[in-house]
Ligand binder design. Structure first.
Ligand SMILES: [Zn+2]
Length: 304
């Protein structure tokens, strides 16, 4: 009898250790899953799926350049303590390797862009990533993020799986409506004007989805960490003239000086848009949906 009781206790103990190690029974932060998102954009989508059921923190401050961001020791320890870490991937976060090393359990790091067909670089040599990480410039890719996040939350918190699914479905409907609205807005731009130059390689998914040509980028890379050569800048100026490009789109996380100089020299518009970060709540792009609407209105105004 005593033996049986002892055996039962051992089994129960092992079971409870396994159970908590899987994170199925989140203990920290009042029973909520603790989730860290690296970027403001991934954070916004996670907030839409997790709502009040998760304890979410976003690593990068709004307006920071994600390409050059370095996590502080406090960020690293947050990652170590988190149940789940949501990252953009496609080499967007230069610090990712360090972050995974310090995560403790690698399996809690979820790349939300997994399953998205990444666009490869096609404009010459690029040492800072072969593929464009700015996948969110097509809302259809953000639908993939939403589903990936819902699945990751559900796996670690099965009790709330139905709510995560409902939230993901509702947010997907908003993203589909956004996609339709964008297509409708962009019909105002004549075919001959459907091209632009960007500050770094940020708008390829947008261009592919909505039928634009990216003539080039001031920094001919998918990252802001590269620098253009004099020859590359001269070739860009030639292309702007030859193709009668009307605008350079410049993002909110970079120094616009060089793009501004090129626009001025070519006599074309410098159009501020949002590329790599949301804004504070009182700014023009506190959410991803606002971010895209703002960009589309700015592009229509510049090119119609
Ligand atoms: Zn970028």
């Amino acid at each position: 009898m005593f033996r049986l009781l002892f055996f039962t206790l051992v089994v129960l103990t092992i079971f409870s250790i396994l159970f908590s190690a899987c994170g199925a029974n989140p203990g920290a932060s009042g029973g909520k899953l603790t989730v860290v998102a690296t970027t403001t954009l991934v954070g916004d989508v996670a907030a839409n799926i997790g709502g009040d059921l998760i304890d979410l923190s976003v690593m990068m401050p709004v307006g920071a350049d994600p390409h050059s961001f370095e996590p502080a020791p406090a960020d690293i320890s947050k990652v170590a303590d988190a149940d789940l870490v949501l990252v953009n991937g496609i080499e967007f976060e230069a610090f990712l390797e360090k972050l995974i090393e310090n995560a403790g359990d690698e399996s809690k790091v979820i790349t939300v862009s997994d399953g998205i067909e990444a666009i490869a670089f096609s404009q010459g040599a690029d040492e800072h990533g072969e593929f464009d990480p700015h996948v969110w410039q097509d809302p259809n890719n953000v639908i993939i993020w939403a589903n990936t996040i819902a699945a990751a939350l559900s796996e670690r918190d099965p009790a709330n799986a139905a709510t995560y699914r409902t939230n993901a479905d509702a947010y997907t409907a908003e993203l589909q409506a956004l996609d339709s609205w964008i297509q409708e807005q962009l019909t105002q731009i004549p075919e001959a004007n459907r091209r632009f130059v960007t500050e770094h390689g940020t708008m390829n998914y947008f261009a592919v989805r909505y039928g634009f040509e990216v003539v080039g980028a001031v920094i001919p890379a998918f990252s802001t960490l590269a620098e253009p050569s004099a020859q590359e800048l001269a070739a860009l100026a030639d292309a702007i003239r030859a193709l009668d490009v009307k605008a350079i789109l410049v993002g909110n996380t970079v120094n616009p000086a060089l793009a501004s100089q090129i626009a001025q020299d070519a006599g074309i518009q410098l159009v501020p848009i949002f590329t790599d970060s949301l804004t504070e709540p009182d700014g023009d792009a506190p959410t991803y949906l606002d971010f895209m609407r703002y960009n589309v209105e700015a592009i229509v105004k510049a090119l119609k």
